[in-house]
Design a protein around this ligand. Structure first.
Ligand SMILES: [Fe+2]
Length: 320
């Protein structure tokens, strides 16, 4: 049922109930809670995503650290090079980010994880979590090393998180996840302070017990508390993203382009695979145009224009 106030279809439980019916037969869950779900992807279906992530990591090491491509000839060398760093900013190659999204969506569709989903965070995040937090990071208000709900960072209330472990030291650097008791949902939704001070609200949320594995896909609701655990080992590589249960263009207010947690990162869930970033943009603009929401169309168009790519603007002129 569509709410008149925020464009959300269904209530928070509705998506999680719908998963039960939409999931592929034979998928054995690693865990299956009220607001959490996980399974292990088969090696063959996981391989394309794995390769794209390592291509992004390789390009990042070449561009950010000026490493020789020959020195990164296999994935273990890429991991070794990453472990020489203390922090790493992932290079945003938009075409590769488009491929990354297609690869993740193929997996989510195959397993029936997209009922009631209208939007997705784009681009998907490639995460390198180091064995120790970057200097000063753990003391900041929104450090993921504190138990928190992302709603407290200003993310939309209707998000569903996705995380896929790729490789690295998963037993030393991983996500601690808590399921959410129904009785705490509204307190978590309504809290607006820092992660540290919010701890009292979520301290009793039950921990989800699991051993992180390469190829493990985890979904959890925006109200679920989670934190990064770092036991001083090597880096972990994962991808993560947020899905939206409501129209990502319903709100176009000051949250759209703000610095922290901008809502402009939420796009429509693609209905077709895009070969390139130009196609991704053109498909998005077409989808928005169909809704008749002119403000949304112009907001997305401005966002694309702000990337400052004359080539992209020219290519889009002929497509959207
Ligand atoms: Fe988080």
């Amino acid at each position: 049922m569509k709410s008149s106030t925020d464009g959300v279809i269904g209530d928070r439980r509705s998506y999680w109930r719908a998963l039960t019916n939409s999931q592929r037969d034979g998928d054995a869950p690693i865990f299956d809670g009220a607001y959490t779900k996980s399974l292990l992807l088969a090696e063959k279906e996981f391989a394309p995503l794995y390769q794209i992530v390592f291509k992004i990591l390789e390009n990042t090491l070449v561009s950010e650290l000026k490493l020789n491509r020959e020195a990164l000839s296999c994935n273990s060398k890429i991991l070794d090079a990453i472990n020489q760093t203390k922090a790493l900013k992932i290079q945003r190659d938009w075409n590769l980010m488009t491929k990354l999204e297609s690869s993740v969506l193929t997996l989510l569709r195959a397993h029936g994880f997209l009922p009631e989903i209208l939007g997705i965070e784009f681009p998907i995040n490639v995460r390198v979590a180091h064995g120790a937090p970057p200097a000063g990071y753990a003391e900041t208000n929104y450090a993921t090393d504190h138990l928190h709900s992302d709603l407290w960072a200003g993310e939309p209330s209707d998000i569903v998180h996705g995380l896929i472990y790729i490789d690295g030291d998963l037993l030393s650097t991983f996500m601690d996840l808590r399921d959410c008791p129904e009785a705490l949902v509204s307190a978590i939704e309504n809290y607006t302070g820092t992660y540290k001070e919010g701890f009292e609200i979520i301290r009793s949320c039950p921990a989800v017990s699991y051993t992180p594995q390469s190829g493990q896909l985890i979904l959890f609701d925006g109200v679920c508390a989670h934190q990064t655990i770092r036991k001083g080992g090597n880096a972990r590589i994962s991808v993560d993203f947020r899905l939206r249960r409501s129209d990502p263009y319903f709100f176009l207010d000051e949250r759209w382009n703000r610095e922290r947690a901008p809502w402009s990162k939420y796009w429509y869930l693609p209905q077709v695979d895009s070969e390139s970033f130009v196609d991704r943009c053109a498909n998005e603009l077409r989808m928005i145009a169909k809704t008749g929401n002119n403000d949304a169309y112009h907001a997305r168009k401005r966002w694309i224009d702000q990337l400052g790519s004359a080539e992209l603007a020219r290519a889009l002129d002929g497509k959207a």
